[in-house]
Design a protein around this ligand. Structure first.
Ligand code: ATP
Ligand code: PRP
Ligand code: MG
Length: 285
């Protein structure tokens, strides 16, 4: 039986969370130290540990079937490669920044200036779109140092907390794109591997949905039940069970993480008491 081949970043920002996803979907991997290829014990899966920046080419060539990769790298080097799942971690932006003292306030002010970046295709595309021409200096790391050593007037790099920009005396002037870790697929994936991918994706979706939701239990006076139930959609509808105490019920439901605090505030205001909130490990809808 053939195995599904997945590329994961060997080391760096994406490695830990990528391994955690595999663990959370019940896949265990025999990982020898410095091993660049490993097999799963309980799923027909082979893991290739690669550099993030090399993964688009491996996908294109069909060396691997799928990969967990930063969306920004796909935008830079793999526009042709389909994304099948957004994974919600390693969220960041790719932005243009200039020294705090610079007079440049927008992209138009960078006409004829030097921009240091590790993302030349992304920057070129953006400059072209905005009809600005600038000189690109491609460097692979520590991009934020470039203006301080006189190499460039501006930089384009990843921004997350903004602390690297701050520490290097830079300010952001344009955001080119937003990125997160994604699951990308090789255009050469076989039908057999595609079936395995469907199984893997089903499991990943169950984990992601669980992560984005909370299980809520609360006590409600029966007189307020209708209002409280209307605030709680649940997976189908909330579960309502009688409490031992006369005139009270226990209500169980699932709340989406994004609207969590707004719903809790509304529940309290509607008379809910003893609200318990529990994490959900997996959710199959
Ligand atoms: N500060 C950050 N906060 C959040 N996500 C980030 C941050 N820096 C990078 N990322 C995301 O993680 C990915 C991997 O970044 P990392 O710095 O580990 O590797 P890299 O040097 O870009 O790649 P390679 O594996 O080729 O060496 C990036 O492509 C981006 O999607
Ligand atoms: O906005 P912040 O939270 O400060 O994060 C942004 C920094 O993080 C990344 O660098 P990383 O630490 O991965 O080092 P690298 O340049 O060696 O990849 C990125 O290249 C930025 O420099
Ligand atoms: Mg980095």
């Amino acid at each position: 039986m053939s195995k599904l081949k997945i590329a994961i970043q060997k080391s760096g920002r994406l490695n830990e969370e990528s391994m955690r996803i595999l663990k959370n979907i019940g896949i265990s991997i025999d990982n020898g130290k410095d091993q660049l290829k490993a097999s799963a014990r309980n799923f027909p899966l082979e893991v290739f540990y690669l550099r993030n920046g090399d993964i688009p080419q491996y996908l294109r060539d069909g060396v691997v079937d799928i990969a967990i990769i930063g969306e920004n790298v796909l935008i830079e080097k793999g526009q042709d490669l389909p994304i099948v799942e957004r994974l919600g971690f390693s969220k960041c932006k790719v932005s243009i920044a200039v020294p705090k003292s610079s007079k440049s306030k927008s992209l138009q002010d960078l006409e004829g200036k030097r921009i240091a970046t590790s993302y030349p295709n992304t920057v070129n595309h953006f400059l072209k779109l905005n009809k600005v021409s600038a000189d690109l200096h491609v460097i692979n790391g520590s991009v934020e140092i470039a203006p301080n050593i006189g190499l460039a007037d501006a930089i384009c790099d990843i921004v997350s907390s903004g602390s690297t920009l701050f520490k290097n005396g830079l300010k952001e002037i344009e955001t080119l794109l937003k990125s997160e870790a994604v699951l990308a697929v090789s255009p050469k994936i076989s039908n057999e591997s595609k079936t395995l991918l469907d199984t893997l994706q089903f499991r990943i979706q169950a984990v992601l949905k669980g992560q984005n939701s909370k299980y809520v239990l609360l006590n409600a006076p029966n007189a307020k039940l209708n209002t409280i139930i209307s605030l709680l959609p649940g997976m189908k509808s909330p579960t309502v069970l009688p409490l031992a105490k006369e005139g009270w019920s226990s209500v169980h439901s699932v709340i989406n993480g994004n609207e969590f605090w707004a719903v809790i505030d509304a529940l309290k205001a509607a008379g809910a008491q003893g609200i318990l909130v529990c994490p959900i490990e997996k959710m199959v809808v």
